[in-house]
Design a binder for this molecule. Sequence first.
Ligand SMILES: [Mg+2]
Length: 372
Amino acid sequence: MRITAVQTIVVNVSPFTNWTFVRLETDDGIAGVGEATLIGFEPAVASLVGEIGAPLVGRNPLEAGPLHMTQGGHIAAAALSGLEQALWDIRGKAHGVPVHRLLGGGRPAVPVYANINRGTRDRSPRGVGARAEEAVSAGFGAVKFAPFDEYLWWEAAGRRDLLEPGIRRVEAIRETVGPRVAVKVDCHWRFDVPAAIEVGRRLAALDLAWYEAPVSERDPDAVREVREQTGLRIAGGELQTSLLDYRRLLEARCMDVLMPDVKYVGGIQGVLKVATLAEAFGASIAPHNPSGPVATAATLHAAAVLPNLMTVEYQFAEVEWYWDLVQVEFAVKDGHMQVPQSPGLGVNFDMALAAKYPYQPVRHMQDPRLFV
Ligand SMILES: [Mg+2]
């Protein structure tokens, strides 16, 4: 078997989101797919998929070995991660087994939570609460929201009034879902340390399951201060791309939950490596995955075999054809999503449907105000 082509497919999902997929074709008819979504950088990712993928053409995918990258930052990391997942998809299909079985096998279903952020256009407390309730009705036992639309510390330091709407939204979620559903809050690094501590202390009264990305992670000491001063479980590390980045966070003892992303950290193998490192520090793993269905599949295979898995993210209700794009749906029941059991990643990428929603430029990664 030889790889014959490397392809990037970008699908527009909403005014906020494009998904980027990587596809490898082989001469015996097996194709592999991976996801490299990096919103706002689609043409750059596609270019690097071509660069990093070119040496694979003509090679046997079962002998391709690990992919290496030392330069190119986040964009190259996304491209490489997409290619890595696509290689796993081919390996699984060639051997006729799901990828998690190649990794040793594990859980048949993994805990998942509903990220309701992008799927919630009505940002009033009532609108947010209603969306949370929908997620619980759909079988999720935990929800996450990024409520602080009004606050960016470099514009609003000291403006307590701009924190209030966010706190109202979290209160509405807790009120709606009741005490038994886990509520997680994502802050997208919008706070300085004083605001993060103040907000964290107020949210603690609402029984938060975790407090995500309250302050910039470039300064692990600042994150640790928020952790120590609020007593909350701190989650983060969704954009890091290397083991060294994670080692720094772990050595600083600033996070309880690391969130490696299969799309940025070197694919499935990258998530496993970060999990192993985290295990040595007593930290849990909750893979970041506000992504399309291929990344969800890849993440589920990795999550199935992690000893220190806490939960997996799923982007709830962002687009109605989410599962149609891969012609399969991984059922959610009692807060768990089933791990794919078909060969490879267990998805059947629908090229015709993808072609109906071509790339549209969005600039949200470049504007922190719009980062959702
Ligand atoms: Mg996040």
